[in-house]
Design a protein around this ligand. Structure first.
Ligand SMILES: Nc1ncnc2c1ncn2[C@@H]1O[C@H](COP(=O)(O)OP(=O)(O)OP(=O)(O)O)[C@@H](O)[C@H]1O
Ligand SMILES: [Mg+2]
Length: 278
C-alpha cells in the first residue's frame, strides 16, 4: 500500500486536474486572506509546502513536508496534530481555543471533499452519533478538515496486531459499537462506504471512533463529486457486491463491510488463541 502511494497521488493528479485547479484557486484565495502571512503564488503539487506553512501558522502543526504525518495518512490526505487557535473560521461551539485537534490536509480536494466530510460529521452528530463518529469541521479558508484529536487511539489493525489474545468479550464490545454506528448512519440516511480497519480507530477502554467520510453518500446516491459517479470507491477486502458494481449507496454496503471487519478480527482472535495453546 505504502509503495503505491506516490502512484496513487499521481493518478489522482491526472484524473482530477479540473478539481485540482479549483482547489489551487481556493488555496490562493486563502493565501491572500490569511493574516500575518505574506501573499505567495501557489503552484499545484501533491502537498503544497505553502499550505502546510499556513496550516502551521493557524494550527501549530509540524510544517516539515518531509516528515511523515504524525497522526496518520491515507490515499487522499495526511493527518497532523495541532491545537485549535484563538481565531478561526470554525465555530467555537465545536472546539475551544487550545484544544488538541487533528488536521486533515488533503493532497488534492476533489469537488470539496473536506467540506463534504464536515457536513457528514454534522449530520451524524445530529442523528445522535457523536460518541462513535469523529467530530469534524471544515476550515474553508485553508481547505483543511479540523477534527477532535484521537490521540491514544490506534487503527483496528494496529491494535489487533499488537495483541497476544483478543477476548470474546472485547470482540462483542467492538461488534456492538459498530452495530450502533450502522444504526446512526441509517438514521441519518447516509452510507459511509469506506468502513475498514484504517477508518475504525480503537482507544482507551475499547472505545471505537469511525473516521473518514470522504466517500460517504446519501442512501441511493453517490459521493457528491462527478469523478466518483463512475466509481464509488471502497477497499477491495470490505466492499460489497453492490458497491463493486457501482450501484447507488445502500445500507447493505456498510453492513457488509462491518461483517467483513468483524470476520477478520475473529480470525485474528482465533489464530492468536491457537498460537497461545502451542
Ligand atoms: N481525528 C483523528 N485523530 C487521530 N488520527 C486520525 C484522525 N483521523 C484520521 N486519523 C488517522 O489518519 C489516517 C488517515 O485519515 P483518513 O482515513 O481520514 O485519510 P484518507 O486519505 O481519506 O484515507 P483513505 O486512504 O482511507 O481514503 C487514518 O487511517 C487514521 O489512522
Ligand atoms: Mg481512511
Amino acid at each position: 500500500m505504502l509503495e503505491l502511494r506516490p502512484f496513487v497521488r499521481l493518478a489522482l493528479l491526472g484524473l482530477l486536474l479540473p478539481a485540482a485547479s479549483a482547489y489551487a484557486q481556493t488555496v490562493r484565495a486563502a493565501v491572500r486572506t490569511a493574516s500575518a502571512v505574506p501573499a505567495v503564488t501557489m503552484t499545484l503539487s501533491a502537498k503544497p509546502a505553502e499550505l502546510l506553512s499556513l496550516v502551521r501558522t493557524r494550527y501549530g502543526i509540524n510544517p516539515d513536508p518531509n516528515v511523515i504525518a504524525d497522526l496518520g495518512e491515507g490515499d487522499h490526505a495526511e493527518v497532523r496534530r495541532g491545537a485549535f487557535p484563538k481565531t478561526s473560521p470554525i465555530s467555537r461551539a465545536l472546539f475551544s481555543p487550545g484544544e488538541p485537534v487533528a488536521v486533515k490536509i488533503p493532497y488534492l480536494d476533489p469537488g470539496g471533499m473536506m467540506a463534504h466530510e464536515a457536513d457528514v460529521s454534522r449530520r451524524l452528530a445530529a442523528a445522535g452519533g457523536s460518541e462513535i463518529f469523529v467530530r469534524a469541521a471544515h476550515d474553508a479558508e485553508l481547505g483543511v478538515l479540523v477534527m477532535e484529536s484521537l490521540e491514544r487511539y490506534k487503527t483496528l489493525d494496529e491494535w489487533a496486531e499488537g495483541r497476544r489474545a483478543i477476548a470474546p468479550r472485547t470482540l462483542e464490545r467492538i461488534a456492538s459499537q459498530l452495530k450502533r454506528g450502522l444504526a446512526v448512519l441509517e438514521a441519518a440516511g447516509l452510507v459511509h462506504s469506506d468502513l475498514k480497519p484504517e477508518n475504525i480507530l480503537i482507544g482507551p477502554r475499547g472505545r471505537i471512533k469511525i473516521v473518514d467520510f470522504g466517500i460517504s453518500a446519501d442512501r441511493s446516491g453517490y459521493p457528491p463529486y462527478p469523478e466518483y459517479h463512475g466509481w464509488r470507491g471502497g477497499h477491495h477486502d470490505f466492499v460489497s457486491a453492490n458497491q463493486l458494481s457501482n450501484g447507488p449507496a445502500a445500507y447493505e454496503d456498510d453492513r457488509h463491510a462491518v461483517r467483513a471487519v468483524l470476520r477478520r478480527l475473529r480470525y485474528r482472535a482465533a489464530t492468536a488463541a491457537s498460537r497461545a495453546r502451542k
